[in-house]
Design a protein around this ligand. Structure first.
Ligand SMILES: [Ca+2]
Length: 188
């Protein structure tokens, strides 16, 4: 049960068009702008910064990998002026193995937060495993990526996403956004 999540270029643009993320293109080592977090109940984690990950654009990208439980995360939280945000990135999601007691998920998670940083809900752009028990709710939206192991352009219109899939979140309360590369495994 292993997971690989990779990401090349990540842009979170507000209505003014400026990129709100620091080092979203990963042309500097991910220690610039990004935080790593791993919980290893079993197995290990790797965070890789490389220009040879097969990314569609020249330059550097990152790879987050977790083997067995529980997760490895590369994340950044930024202040946002409002929910009129467009998130675009190249991503490649891959998982391996999977059983009812040990299932992996690779995801790009967007967490919506209020001004104090409290989580209001999230959107998970993810590669589904057949055993995965995640379910959508009025504060959690799941977007299933059905092409494993392939680099592809991905994106999220935050205002449209909140309106269409997250009725439990008041858009005006969203003042911070966490963007997270998330490699998860529920079991050992
Ligand atoms: Ca790059």
């Amino acid at each position: 049960m292993r997971i690989v999540t990779t990401l090349a270029v990540l842009v979170c643009a507000g209505s003014a068009g400026a990129n709100l993320l620091v080092n979203g293109d990963f042309e500097q080592p991910f220690s610039v702008g990004w935080e790593t977090l791993a919980v290893n109940l079993a197995g290990g984690d790797t965070f890789t910064w490389s220009d040879t990950l097969g990314q569609p654009t020249p330059g550097y990208a990152v790879k987050v990998r977790k083997y067995l439980a529980s997760y490895a995360s590369l994340r950044q939280t930024v202040d946002v002026p409002d929910a009129n945000l467009i998130l675009t990135f190249d991503g490649r999601l891959a998982i391996g193995g999977g059983s009812s007691t040990c299932w992996p998920v690779a995801a790009l998670v967007v967490r919506y937060r209020d001004a104090a940083g409290k989580s209001l809900g999230n959107t998970k752009i993810y590669l589904h495993d057949q055993y995965c028990t995640w379910v959508p709710s009025d504060t959690q939206s799941l977007i299933d990526i059905t092409r494993p192991g392939v680099w592809m352009p991905l994106g999220l219109n935050v205002a449209a996403e909140l309106s269409a899939h997250l009725p439990g979140i008041t858009p005006a309360e969203v003042k911070k956004l966490t963007v997270e590369l998330y490699a998860f495994d529920n079991g050992t």
